[in-house]
Design a protein around this ligand. Structure first.
Ligand code: G
Ligand code: G
Ligand code: MN
Ligand code: NA
Length: 250
């Protein structure tokens, strides 16, 4: 397939980059970190969404090399940020099948000098569709290194509450679909409420994704959500603009 060949070139020729979207802590009233979001500027087709090319990378195995580049680049960028801002990195379930993942992360931390506590790995629920024991062992290993683990897009995928019991996530990210409807449907509000309460009882933080307006923010604050992310605060921004953004706090 043409996209596979182009994607190989992209990695070799520096067409991949990371944008960063701020995450705002409601308890600290400050930006607590940023999520790295992969971007591909194709020489002829322009910007291609990760929604299109990540599946191709996964089908072809290229996700391993691309994922390694993302981890290194995210750590390198985070070292240029002030204070203790964290960087959150999306990691594909297929990267967890690679037993070398922990070594790749340890190398990226050592190479950049980023403390492990400033790195957060985001995984989706689909990670538990594979071999659960191996996955849990890898997650425990990473967490023992001091890296934080967040469960991404929570509530949309293969949800099983037993995984919340078996693995101590640091954070649950509440899927955008519930946040969008929080003031529109009683069921969305009830689900957000339940996730926030459950997370708190389990000692986990919550981030509401896709917050786009003040009414959603007010309701999330009221419900005791720990942090928010979304266009209301900021769209994903270019790496060069991060320091300006985070030092110009409201
Ligand atoms: O930023 P955007 O809304 O276009 O991202 C779309 C999707 O691509 C999201 O689900 C996001 O998790 C995923 N994504 C973005 N960057 C990465 C990455 O570096 N690795 C993986 N595996 N997924 C990513
Ligand atoms: O699946 P994941 O949560 O990693 O995906 C993050 C994606 O959500 C990114 O592609 C980002 O551009 C997008 N996103 C972030 N904030 C908002 C928002 O407020 N509204 C919408 N519609 N998309 C958002
Ligand atoms: Mn994410
Ligand atoms: Na998400």
């Amino acid at each position: 397939r043409q996209m596979e060949l182009d994607l190989r070139d992209a990695l070799a020729n520096g067409q991949l980059s990371l944008d960063f979207q701020p995450i705002y802590s409601l308890s600290n009233d400050a930006i607590s970190g940023l999520e790295a979001l992969l971007r591909w500027r194709h020489p002829e087709q322009g910007l291609i969404s990760p929604v299109e090319f990540i599946p191709v990378a996964e089908d072809t195995g290229l996700i391993q090399q691309i994922g390694e580049w993302v981890i290194h680049e995210a750590c390198r960028q985070a070292m240029t940020w002030p204070g203790t801002l964290r960087v959150a990195v999306n990691v594909s379930p297929l990267q967890f099948r690679n037993t070398g993942l922990a070594d790749i992360i340890v190398q990226a931390l050592a190479h950049s000098g980023l403390p492990p506590s400033r790195l957060e790995i985001e995984i989706t629920e689909s990670i538990f569709l594979g071999s659960t024991e191996t996955t849990l062992a890898m997650l425990h290993h990473l967490r023992a290194l001091g890296i934080r683990i967040a469960l991404d897009d929570f509530g949309t995928g293969y949800s099983s509450l037993s995984y919340l019991r078996r693995f101590p996530f640091d954070k649950i990210k509440i899927d955008r679909s519930f946040v969008t409807d929080i003031n529109l449907t009683q069921s969305a509000a009830a689900i957000v409420h339940a996730i926030v309460d459950l997370a708190r009882a389990l000692g986990m933080e919550t981030t509401a994704e896709g917050v786009e307006d003040e009414a959603q923010l007010a309701e999330l604050r009221h419900q005791g959500c720990s942090s928010i992310q979304g266009f209301l605060l900021s769209r994903p921004i270019h790496a060069d603009d991060v320091v300006t953004m985070v030092t110009r706090q409201p």
